[in-house]
Design a protein around this ligand. Sequence first.
Ligand code: SIN
Ligand code: CO
Length: 373
Amino acid sequence: MKKLQLLGNITPAQFLRDYWHKKPLLIRQAIPGFKPLLTFEKLAELARQNYVESRLVTQRDGQWDMQHGPLTELPARNEREWTMLVQGVNLYDERADELLRQFRFVPDARLDDLMVSVAGDGGGVGPHFDSYDVFLLQAQGKRRWKISAQQDLSLVEGLPLKILANFEAEEEFVLEPGDMLYLPPHYAHDGVAEGECMTYSIGFRSPSYQELGEAFLQFMADSIDLPGRYADPQLQQPKNPAEIPREMLTTITEELNKVRWDEEDVTIFLGEHLSEPKHNVFFTGPAKPLTVGRFMETAAKKGLKLSSKTLMLYRGKNVFINGESFAVGRADKAVLDVLANERRLSGALLGSATDDVLEALYTWYQDGWIELG
Ligand code: SIN
Ligand code: CO
């Protein structure tokens, strides 16, 4: 397998075997000569939007404060000890999306988003740990990272953000643009800006089993089929009228035990759940959509690509896109798997799609899920 400069000239397989979920990795010049993809002004504009998740963390006289976006006012850039965090930047900038996609040695089902932090000198979010793996790519200026494998993850109580009560740094590095630090989940870290600084966090998602269980039961509610209705032809007069009869309990337990699911149910649930866009993601279709005929002509020439916001996954014959699922035949599967994996489709490949898929593609185009070109 190919070695990746992004991973410090080891292969993704080596990275996954030796570091992923296991230990930190510092990669000097993971992206040589890296320059920020978005200006400060562009990030500040994103943070002003109510559909963008952003936070402003400040420290005054040692007191932590956190404000959630939309952020209408930011500290002056030369002020000390503040950080603005903008989540999901990949959704709004194609180059940020491309950067995130460089991390597809981890499956899309696990990839979350690109968060950008901008900080004034001394700014940071304090010593903390995250529940997810993260790659911290230095984009501009310098940041001093202190990290620790400490087991004591107790937090200071009563603060608006998670701050470790007893952080003791074991290692320390100053990252410069293009340098990157990988941290496994629950690894204590504290990054402090040295001068004006921008850091990009490539984040992953690992849903809790509780979250999955709750969502799965909701999904199952739509698909269970329990015919019949409770009946008690042998009913006896109760000794205590308020007590639920034993008979009733036994019968209903038996009936409810008929709720069953198999891997196919879990596949469809998981695909729909993981491809569901976050609540604050809105798609905008083209202002003047082409007619279906013109769309097909142009797509055959220029090809199609998924919008940065579109989440597309598949498993077996099931294809999932933005929370919807459908089962496809062999020919369509070949086309849609390419679209999901490459996130684009050449005009030539379109030729082998059935009318069903072409119709779906046109709807997705009208809805802003895919784009021409
Ligand atoms: C930051 O970029 O300031 C914070 C990122 C992190 O520590 O997870
Ligand atoms: Co963190």
